[in-house]
Every structure is written in structure tokens, then in C-alpha cells.
Design a protein around this ligand. Sequence first.
Ligand code: N01
Length: 532
Amino acid sequence: MKSIRKLDAVVVGAGFGGMYMAYKLREMGLDFVGFEAADDVGGVWYWNRYPGARCDLMSVDYSYGFSREIEQEWTWSEQFAAQPEILAYAKFVADRLNLRPLFQFETRVVSAKWDDDRSLWIVATDKGDVFEATYCIMATGPLSVPKEPEFGPLSNFKGELYRTASWPKENVSFEGKRVGLIGTGSTGIQVVPEVAKEAKELYVFQRTPSFTMPMRNTKFDDEFTSELKRHYPQIRSVAYNSPLGGVRPQSTRPYFSIPLEQRQSLMEDAWKQGGLAFLGTFSDLLINEEANEEVAEFVRGKIRQVVKDPETAEKLIPRGYPIFARRPCLDTHYYEAFNQPNVHLIDCIGNEIERLSDNAVHTQNETVELDALIIATGFDGMTGALLNFEVTGKGGLPLADKWADGASSYLGMMMHGFPNMFLICGPNGPAVLANIISLNEQNVDWICALIDHISETGQHCFEVTQEAEDQWMDEVRSLAELTLVSKAKTWYTGANIQGKPRGLTVYTGGFKRYRDSCDEIAAKGYEPLVLN
Ligand code: N01
């Protein structure tokens, strides 16, 4: 029988959250092990290496701010970095800080169980190893478990099958092939223009059209890069004090505070500028339904201008939900791709995909024969990774039972009934509406300060009270009611997964307000936590 190793902490996941946590725990002198299912660091950027994968937050924001050295040594090549560059950055950080020895790669945690009698976590891996740890830290990411589409099983398709969320490392060629793509969220929208360049025919299966705006990516030149590096401290300060946790123009101008002509001209400017410029043009697009609809109509007009076939344009036009309520997408020639003769839109509204067969996708009304099929149907977001293995808290309470009616947590970082467990960027924090790298850093710093505090008090355990968790959840829900974010059927609300409890599991108050709340709790001596 293998011996049980005793630790101060385990960390699950070697994405940007897990990497920074491992770095900090080592600095604190704690004995810990990190586990990662992949064979290297990078998390979501390790797995999602599909053609066109790119971050829609600016690279200067989507990077660590905790190390002045790394900021100076790493050079971003463009405004919105592509997946290979982001993964290279993660590897660079791992090398520079010698993080790899802190992780066991190609190792999945299969269970994490709280032992009431001994007040510690018992963590088992698929390698048959068992660890006992004071703290269990879940850096499992909000988007790490792909959704299993309703028309499965995917293995019914005998041609080349690719999932964007676990894309092969080897080069994939679609040259001369009939390719199907299912899913038109942020991922599918990035895949289309790339595969359209190669495929003989590309069939895009679209159920809900997304709003997407031109990214208008730019390369950085040497002069820009050296200015950027000189100003990192100021850039970080702006980012950390912003609602997004990143540098983006903010507006205090409500949409209807200026005349129509001026509004139109500002929208034209935002469209030309690209990126998420719209969100920095008016202050109330996520709270004022009428303003939101006018901006949506502007974008619909742009789709009509770009897409030459009016019938295709009408099918691509999103209706029935507010713009920005689904994750706003940024694209590089997405709508233009539908002007190519080899790209075909299959509208799945009223024409659901029913099943896959050896060489075809069968919808209610048609059969499309294919050589290759790409699945970009999204993720079991926010909670999927944590419910993917056995996690039990006090009294053997399964996490699945605690979350049976919806994910509840305190600050998105801890849960009543699960002492000494931390979530990094967990549900009900601002993850996915804020720059996740800034949030990772903030969560990790806050958690490490709490671990220090616990050890200074001579205690070993913390647990958040039910009352504090309930109050936080009330705040999450009441803030959500002020915005239009929950008014679309999205993974933000669990609506993309059959049987998943519905409800927005994201804190919509913005990064700065969230950070202030966390700081206030620390300043007041962590009152909502019981230490023993
Ligand atoms: O997933 P999604 P994603 N039949 O859930 C469709 C981040 N991200 O991977 O809406 C037909 O948005 C589904 O249709 P519907 C970002 O946070 C970031 O694209 O269910 N279609 C939808 O069109 C993003 O929000 C970046 O009607 C089916 C699509 O699949 C998150 O990841 C890049 C279907 C899923 O869209 C998830 O994006 C990429 C079915 N049975 C991703 N089932 C950047 O930083 C599902 N669909 C740029």
C-alpha cells in the first residue's frame, strides 16, 4: 500500500490561477503539491489550441502584474495575443519561476474529502496516490469541462472529429475537405474564418447567432513596446481600479444623454476602432434596455452591410436578447467569411441537430455529409470542473448536494460546510466578467493573506458562516437584477446545460467593487469566518 503524504496544501490546476498560487505558497514556505491533468502548464490555453484561438482581452491586461521582472522580460507581439503566444507566455513564466517541479502533471484529482475528526482534506489522484492537506485550493477554472451536446454520442461520427476544447497538438489540415462546425459562440466565431481559408466546403451549424464586433488587432512595434514597459505600474494601477480589471476606456455618458446624430457618430467611431470600444462609449448599455436595443440595431445594420446575401445576413442577425448579455465576441472577418462561396450557414432554429451518423450531421430538415466535424458547443461553465470529481465537505456533504439548487459561495472563494477549501475564480465572484488574470492574482493574494492570518492566530481551520454566504449571495442576486446580463440563454446562467440549475453565478458589481469588499473583510479581521 502506498504511504499517505501529509501536506500544508494541495492545489488543483496549473492554469494562471494555480501557477500563481504555487509561486506564492512556495514563497510562504508551505509544503504543498499541485496537480494538473495536462502534461504542462497553461490551463484553458493548453487545451483550446483550435485554429483562430485568441484572447479578446488586450495582452497587456491579460498578463501577470505581480512580477516587475517578468513584465520587462516578456514582450507581447500584438494587441490581442493568439493562443500559441499566450501558452508560450505561461511556459515562460513557469520556466522563469521554476514552477514545474511544484506540480504533478498528467495527474487528475479524483476525490477531495474533508475529514471531520482530523480537520484536514484527503485528496486522492488517478495515480492511486493519497495526500492529506490542511488546505485544498481549487484552481480548476470556470471553463475547463466541455459541454456534451444533446445530439451525442459524438463517436457516432466516423470521420475526423475535433473538439475545440481539446484540440490536437499536431497540425490539422482541412485542405480539400467538407468540414462541419457546430457552435457559434466566441470559439466558433474564431474558428470560422480560419477553416474557411482551407476547407473545400465549410458548413456552419448555428442555433443562436451571437453579436460579434471587429477585433481590428494590431502588431506592436519596438517604440510602442518600450513605452508600454515603461508604464506598466500605471497600467496595472488603472486596471486594478477598474470594473473590468483591465485597461479599457470607461464612459460616464448615458446613451440618451446626447442627440441621435452624435450617438450614431460615436457608434461609427467605436465600430472603426474595434475591440470592445462600444462598452467604453456609453455608460448604461448593460442596464438600459432601450439604449441596448439601439446599439444592437446598429450592429445588425453592420451585419447587413458586410454580408452580401440578404437571406444569410438575416439568419446571422441576433434577435431576442440584449447585446452584451451573451459574452460579446470579437472577430477577425467572421461575417466576411459568409461571402465566400465555400461557406454555408445552416440555421438550426426550428431545424435542430438530431444526431450524427458515420459521415453526416442530421438536422430535422436536412442531412449534411462531411469529412470532418468540429464541435464548439461550449462548456459546463463555472461549476462543471468542481462537480466533475467527488468533493465532500463537513459530515460527508457532497458538493453536488450543496449546489443542487444552484452554486452558492462566499466571494466566489469559499463555501460554508467546506472548511479550509478555497476556490480561485469560483462561481459568484466576478470571473468571466472581469480580467481573469487580475482576478486570479487578487484571489491568490487574498487567500494567502488569510492563510497567514490563520497561522498567526495559532488556529488551523476556517469556515465561512452560512449567514455570511447567504448575504453575499443576496448581493450577487440583487446586483444581477440591475443588469441585462441574465436576460440571455447562456452558460453564465447555466442555461446551456440540460438539467443545470438556472441563475446567474457571476458577481456583476465589477472587479474594483469586488476587490474593495474583499479588502474590507480582511481589514476587519475576517469577521464572517469562524477560526478554530
Ligand atoms: O461556448 P458558448 P464557446 N446544437 O457556450 C452552440 C470564453 N472564450 O466555447 O447558444 C446547435 O459561448 C450554442 O448555441 P446556443 C468566453 O468566455 C473566450 O464559444 O445553445 N448548437 C452556441 O452557439 C466564452 O463566452 C475566448 O443556442 C449548439 C455554441 O454552441 C466562453 O469561452 C474565445 C448546441 C456554444 O457557445 C464559451 O465560448 C473563446 C446544439 N445542440 C471562448 N449546443 C476569447 O478570449 C450548443 N450549441 C476570445
